[in-house]
Ligand binder design. Structure first.
Ligand SMILES: Nc1ncnc2c1ncn2[C@@H]1O[C@H](COP(=O)(O)OP(=O)(O)OP(=O)(O)O)[C@@H](O)[C@H]1O
Ligand SMILES: [Mg+2]
Length: 238
């Protein structure tokens, strides 16, 4: 269980008022809120990249940064490194890369649909493929918690839906704890076991909605749209 209770100001300017929520192991929580409400800041705080007031515990203890994988909104790949070198980069910082690491990276690349692209450079990949590399790079360190910051927002709608479906499949297989930030209500309802809605800045939790829909989810169903409406109603709260 990840328990979050944080506040954050930048130069006396309050961004996060007091955001409190819990995430159970294996849950897929989507955090939704309007632009500038502090979603990226929140993820950076959880990842240990930003100072904050409050407390974050993981199973009652301080959270170990090594158990966290981060997928950024922009892919942040190193242009002079190949796909597999980019995926292995994080491991290479921590230790000498061994044969087993290369094997794992190959497997992860297969899992995210990039078999055959191990030796391509970022400029030889499409936007969607680069995001897959970003996902592979986060997964390869075998994190318990995966933080994802609007990873699909720059993709076209068809690619985006495909990536969402693949992410759900991967999550069902690996059962990692996921906190996924988005400002797309549809994306949140499609992906999440629970949606945490933030108010505009300074953000608080406006409410939480458990998405009790079977998978694969049908975006056109009446129930799906009922959940979308519920999230939208919460987003309108100040
Ligand atoms: N390093 C920083 N120094 C000063 N202010 C910052 C810093 N980082 C973020 N902020 C401010 O904090 C607020 C929240 O920013 P953040 O990037 O967390 O928003 P967001 O919810 O992720 O927005 P978006 O949906 O547009 O990505 C903004 O007003 C931003 O200007
Ligand atoms: Mg952001």
């Amino acid at each position: 269980m990840l328990e979050i209770s944080v506040s954050k100001s930048f130069n006396g300017f309050k961004v996060i008022d007091k955001v409190e929520f819990k995430v159970a192991s294996g849950e897929f929580v989507c955090v939704v809120g309007e632009s500038g409400c502090g979603k990226t800041t929140l993820l950076r705080i959880i990842a240990g990249l930003e100072s904050f007031e409050g407390e974050i515990t993981y199973n009652g203890r301080e959270i170990n940064r090594k158990s966290i994988g981060f997928v950024f909104q922009d892919d942040r790949l190193l242009p002079w490194k190949t796909t597999i070198e980019n995926v292995l980069f994080g491991i290479g910082i921590r230790k000498k890369i061994g044969e087993e690491d290369v094997e794992l990276a190959r497997r992860v690349l297969r899992d995210v649909g990039l078999r055959g692209f191990e030796n391509h450079y970022p400029k030889e990949l499409s936007g969607g493929m680069r995001q897959r590399v970003g996902l592979a790079r986060a997964i390869v360190i075998q994190p318990e918690i995966l933080l994802m910051d609007e990873p699909f927002s720059s993709l076209d709608e068809i690619t985006r839906e495909k990536m969402q479906e693949e992410l759900v499949e991967l999550w069902e297989k690996e059962k990692k704890t996921v906190i996924f930030v988005t400002h797309s209500i549809e994306e949140a309802v499609f992906l999440a076991t629970r949606v945490v809605v933030l108010t505009p800045r300074p953000s608080r939790v406006a409410g939480e909605i458990v998405i009790d829909l079977a998978r694969p989810r049908d975006r056109t169903s009446a129930n799906f749209n009922r959940y979308k409406k519920e999230v939208l109603e919460l987003l309108k709260l100040k």
